[in-house]
Write a new protein. Structure first.
Length: 244
């Protein structure tokens, strides 16, 4: 079974996207600057947008970045390959909240509630299941496209990247964030963007450089809680691009 369709990973991602700081990291110590990552992908990486902006969130998971984009865009489309994630994101759009269970230790868990911030207009967002490597026709063009923690989980990331020029308006923004955790279980080695030099940013430049200008990079830490005493602390690199 695809790990992204399991209840375990769904609960981890709902906590990652919507968990309050004390629900994720209840200790008096720890990397608090790594919390709220899906929101920071938008607040720290997306620049000024025009009125009535459109946004595309590729690899939206359970939707927090899509909702954050709706603070500044009148239309947001969130796309993910996981049916479980899209089902959860759609329920959050409809009801504004969704219950789930956080794993604590062994069989013990805690019931929690994922909530979309009340001030966000959820009507601006819609979710759909799709393959980022073969997007459907008719999506149109966008003022900003976000790929958060996606490229190193695709079988053929180059196929995803080659579609982006047709999706971003001239002068529009492209934001790619990733810890560059290349694994052969997701991406055949010959498709890794880091190449023999082991530099993914260089690979992104090679694939995007004809159509996009790199305007900046930023290190974004993030924290995923597996259970009460086990966490994944990672540092993504955000690369921010302008469509030529």
């Amino acid at each position: 079974m695809n790990v992204y369709e399991t209840e375990k990973l769904l609960a981890e991602y709902l906590l990652f996207h919507y968990g309050a700081p004390e629900e994720i990291l209840p200790y008096a110590f720890g990397p608090r600057d790594a919390l709220e990552y899906p929101a920071r992908c938008v607040s720290e990486c997306v620049g000024e947008l025009p009125a009535n902006a459109r946004a595309l969130d590729l690899g939206c998971a359970v939707g927090r970045s899509s909702f954050e984009l709706a603070r500044r865009c009148t239309e947001v489309i969130g796309i993910d390959y996981s049916q479980s994630f899209i089902r959860a994101a759609t329920k959050l759009r409809q009801a504004g909240e969704l219950g789930y269970s956080r794993l604590d230790e062994g069989p013990r868990s805690t019931p929690l509630l994922a909530r979309v911030p009340a001030e966000i207009d959820r009507r601006r967002v819609k979710f759909e299941r799709g393959d980022a490597q073969a997007l459907r026709a008719g999506l149109g063009v966008f003022d900003v496209v976000l790929l958060a923690n996606l490229v190193d989980r695709l079988h053929a990331p180059g196929r995803c990247l080659e579609q982006l020029a047709s999706l971003v308006k001239p002068g529009g923004q492209l934001v790619i964030t990733s810890p560059y955790t290349w694994l052969e279980e997701y991406t055949p080695r010959e498709n890794w963007l880091c190449g023999e030099a082991g530099n993914t940013l260089a690979g992104l430049r090679a694939d995007l450089g004809d159509d996009f200008e790199l305007t900046g990079t930023k290190d974004l830490p993030f924290l995923i809680r597996e259970h009460a005493r086990k966490f994944q602390w990672s540092v993504a690199q955000a690369s921010i691009w302008r469509r030529r």
